[in-house]
Design a protein around this ligand. Structure first.
Ligand code: EPZ
Length: 454
């Protein structure tokens, strides 16, 4: 099967569907929402199905556009994807996997970064792959150098094209010794998805160990992979000849759970998040308690509410088990209502406070330090790209006309509008459908007062 070259110029406009909300704020959110499988596991487990010689079933799949993008990318490669034997499940049959036209791949890649994870599986199955330039949120330049370095170590040949990269594996893929410069989630997944069927053993050092990574390892082990998780971020993978399918219920989305918890704090409401579990949220729950939030851990979820006046905190984002970078945007909205000065050190991405601009427009007192803050005891060793935000509160927020910049920042814009007095116009909220299933329904269930106006 040959890869059909496409010379068409690439239209990079991968904008999300713009939608505009008119939000009438100042009312606490009360009620129950359910979180499904984690966006940042489900999309990867779908790619993993490509590696199997038999169909797989994935359960608790959220109805979000990132899943739709991966589904269509799998389908253009001949994978049959259909609804599974229960609501929210997918059956993925890779037995007729085939090359796809570059144009088709590009057309379906959307604003996602997941296509880069197709490299290993397609190289194993077809001996070649084309990956279009990546999309994803603008929260830094989001390089893929760790991914490409790892693939070359496995024996892949990487060729840069005007519209993406083409890979081949003339002598197949063999196990490698890889030491990541940073515990990158994506690069760890890249190595896992390539090593499981490479000839020989792969040693991965300085690996990411997020709960979603461990769940992906569980998925691969179900398929027949041999992966051992050693001390000190070392993962050993013994390549095997063939893999079967899997039947897996995805880990819950702790980022969405943390978002709703922050919304309960910011609006002084009470939200039960069905499906949330304590283990994967320990660090978040500690910070929530320090801020003055309270939570009840139940069998079927976690109840979040404000436990009294909100207090300021100093938080440093970090890789797991530290405070997730994805948790700081919603938390900062609650910190605008805390009495005193809070500081958030962002150590994972170099541009993850863009959303703060809109909060300042609404009346928040937030100062962003693009080069971080010197001094003071730091748990996290400073990275060259570190940034910091200082939040003074409490400040009254008033409605404004704001535009959503990215997924997690956009969620914070909506919470801020719900916290503010008066009406806000929040534009480009379509981007939220990438990561929050039935977002408008959930807001309605929590008593939010808003209209979809565009
Ligand atoms: C994943 O992104 C998540 N996305 C992100 O969630 C999450 O914030 C991030 O992990 C950290 O936990 C998905 O899983 C789809 P990284 P990823 O590779 O894999 C640098 C959300 O909203 N880096 O761990 O892209 C990179 O620039 C999203 O759900 C390189 O330098 O994150 C960043 O500074 C936002 N070279 C740092 O490492 C590389 O080749 C961490 O990135 C790869 C990464």
């Amino acid at each position: 099967m040959t890869l059909v070259e496409d010379t068409a110029t690439k239209d990079n406009a991968k904008s999300a569907a713009g939608e505009t909300l008119s939000i009438h704020g100042g009312r606490p959110l009360h009620g129950r929402v359910e979180v499904k499988g984690a966006k940042n596991l489900v999309t990867k487990a779908m790619v993993a199905s490509l590696l199997g010689e038999a169909p797989s079933v994935l359960r608790d799949v959220p109805d979000i556009s990132d899943v739709a993008v991966v589904r269509s990318l799998l389908e253009v490669h001949g994978v049959r994807v259909e609804e599974g034997d229960e609501p929210g499940s997918l059956r993925l049959d890779p037995r007729d996997v085939q090359s796809a036209h570059m144009e088709e791949i590009d057309a379906h890649a959307g604003a996602s970064r997941i296509p880069i994870l197709f490299c290993g599986p397609l190289l194993h199955q077809l001996g070649q792959a084309f990956i279009p330039d990546l999309g994803g949120c603008r929260i830094g330049d989001r390089p893929i150098d760790f991914h490409l370095d790892a693939l070359r170590k496995f024996g892949a040949v990487v060729e840069k094209l005007p519209s993406g990269i083409r890979l081949s594996a003339p002598r197949g893929l063999r196990g490698a010794s890889i030491h990541l410069p940073y515990p990158s989630v994506g690069a760890t997944e890249q190595v896992l998805l390539t090593a499981v069927r490479a000839r020989g053993v792969t040693e991965l050092r300085n690996a990411a160990i997020e709960p979603e990574i461990m769940d992906l390892i569980a998925v691969l082990q179900k398929m027949g992979a041999i992966i051992s998780y050693e001390p000190n971020r070392v993962i050993l993978i013994e390549g095997v000849e063939r893999l079967d399918g899997y039947d897996h219920r995805a880990i819950f989305d702790r980022n969405e759970a943390a978002s709703w918890a922050s919304a309960a704090l910011a609006t002084d409401g009470e939200i039960f998040v069905g499906g949330a579990k304590q283990q994967e949220m320990l660090t978040f729950l500690n910070v929530l308690r320090k801020v003055g939030g309270s939570f009840d851990i139940r069998e079927d979820g976690i109840l979040f509410r404000r436990g009294g006046d909100l207090r300021p905190v100093t938080v440093e984002t970090d890789v797991h088990p530290g405070f997730m970078t994805d948790w700081q945007q919603p938390l900062i909205v609650a910190l605008t209502q805390a009495t005193g000065q809070s500081t958030v050190h962002e150590t994972v991405y170099e541009n993850r406070f863009g959303f703060a601009e809109a909060l300042v427009k609404m009346g928040a007192d937030i100062t962003v330090y693009p080069h971080g803050l010197q001094g003071g005891p730091r748990r996290v060793p400073r990275r060259s790209l570190e940034q910091a935000a200082v939040i003074n509160g409490p400040t009254a927020l008033t409605g404004a006309d704001i535009t959503v910049p990215d997924l997690r920042g956009g969620y914070s814009h909506v919470i801020a509008a719900l916290t503010a007095d008066g009406t806000s116009t929040v534009r480009n909220v379509g981007i939220l459908s990438r990561g929050y299933e039935k977002f408008f329904d959930k807001l309605t269930a929590l008593g939010a007062d808003f209209d979809v106006v565009g």
